[in-house]
Ligand binder design. Structure first.
Ligand SMILES: C[S@@+](CC[C@H](N)C(=O)[O-])C[C@H]1O[C@@H](n2cnc3c(N)ncnc32)[C@H](O)[C@@H]1O
Length: 288
């Protein structure tokens, strides 16, 4: 079987396989030097190809409504996602940009070289923390695939402040809320997290539930789904959000009540607490 057929069998859409050069797939180690499928990359490939597939409606939407859409990928790592996006989604027709934010210089340097060798022009790199990275005023889609711990909160905060039309995050490991639960006031819910393992699981679940409520309170319609089968990754929850209103008071009420009863305050909520009074969403954005 040819490598391209194998890629489709692994879950890559034919559109993606046809839109990305073999050279780029080799540089990303998806294909071996001989052009065969690299067995070691299968897991990552599955994650990224599912992610790209699930992002397609958001990409189609921003491409239909904006002449030059901007995607920001937070905690980009080797920029696997951003490079495929730049090559596939933004090459034909050539418009839009992907900005990869990554704190580790060596990863940025490698990804920059791959982009240069592949002749990709619609991709930029910012070597900085998500929290402080310089970003354009108007961003249409913010993504974060397994951005470590609270880096997902930073990505969500930046997306909310920028009024991104769409947000897609697959959170990574989360330790912060589990730690806060340890010191939470005793209540009838305390047995749910007496044991360390339960605390970690509940902390992780609670973090994502609170993130969804924050998004809803800020006027986003939220969908929570599985990225790939659990056999491929344990960090598998995809939160997709699309801005449809300016704000949503009932969700804010639910959020406040849950924060109070759980006795926690995750980073996203603290960042929002400290933020200046909210700006109106961009006028050229999604219906508000
Ligand atoms: C688990 S890797 C995922 C990389 C990539 N998104 C992927 O799925 O292949 C997480 C990446 O986020 C970066 N990172 C973690 N915290 C960050 C932060 N606060 N700002 C920017 N990058 C961060 C790490 O250096 C690492 O490269």
């Amino acid at each position: 079987m040819k490598a391209r057929e194998k890629l489709v069998k692994e879950g890559l859409s034919t559109e993606l396989v046809d839109g990305v050069s073999a050279e780029l797939l080799k540089a990303l180690h998806i294909l071996t030097r001989d052009g065969d499928l690299n067995a070691d990359s299968r897991r990552k490939l599955k994650q990224v190809s599912h992610f790209l597939g699930l992002l397609k409606p958001a990409l189609d939407d921003v491409r239909a409504r904006h002449p030059d859409p901007v995607v920001v990928d937070c905690g980009a790592g080797k920029a696997y996602l951003g490079l495929l996006l730049a090559s596939w989604a933004f090459a034909k027709p050539a418009r839009g940009r992907v900005i990869n934010v990554e704190s580790k210089q060596e990863l940025v340097t490698t990804a920059q070289k791959i982009a240069k060798d592949a002749g990709l022009e619609r991709v930029d790199f910012v070597r900085d923390a998500v929290e402080t990275a310089a970003l354009p005023e108007r961003v249409h889609l913010v993504t974060a695939l397994h951005a470590c711990d609270t880096a997902t909160d930073d990505a969500l905060f930046r997306a909310l402040c920028l009024g991104a039309d769409h947000i897609a995050v697959v959170p990574c490991c989360q330790a912060e809320v589990a730690q806060q639960l340890k010191g939470a006031p005793e209540s009838e819910l305390s047995p749910l997290y007496e044991h360390g393992l339960h605390r970690r699981e509940l902390g992780s679940h609670l973090t994502n539930v609170l993130r969804c409520l924050v998004l809803e309170a800020h006027g986003y319609q939220v969908t929570v789904t599985e990225l790939v089968g659990w056999e491929h990754s344990l960090k598998n929850e995809l939160i997709l959000a699309r801005r449809v209103h300016k704000a949503h008071a009932p969700s804010q009420k639910k959020l406040d009540a849950l924060l109070k009863s759980a006795g926690v305050r995750p980073k996203l909520v603290r960042l929002l607490d400290a933020r200046a009074p909210s700006q109106p969403p961009p006028a050229d954005g999604a219906p508000a």
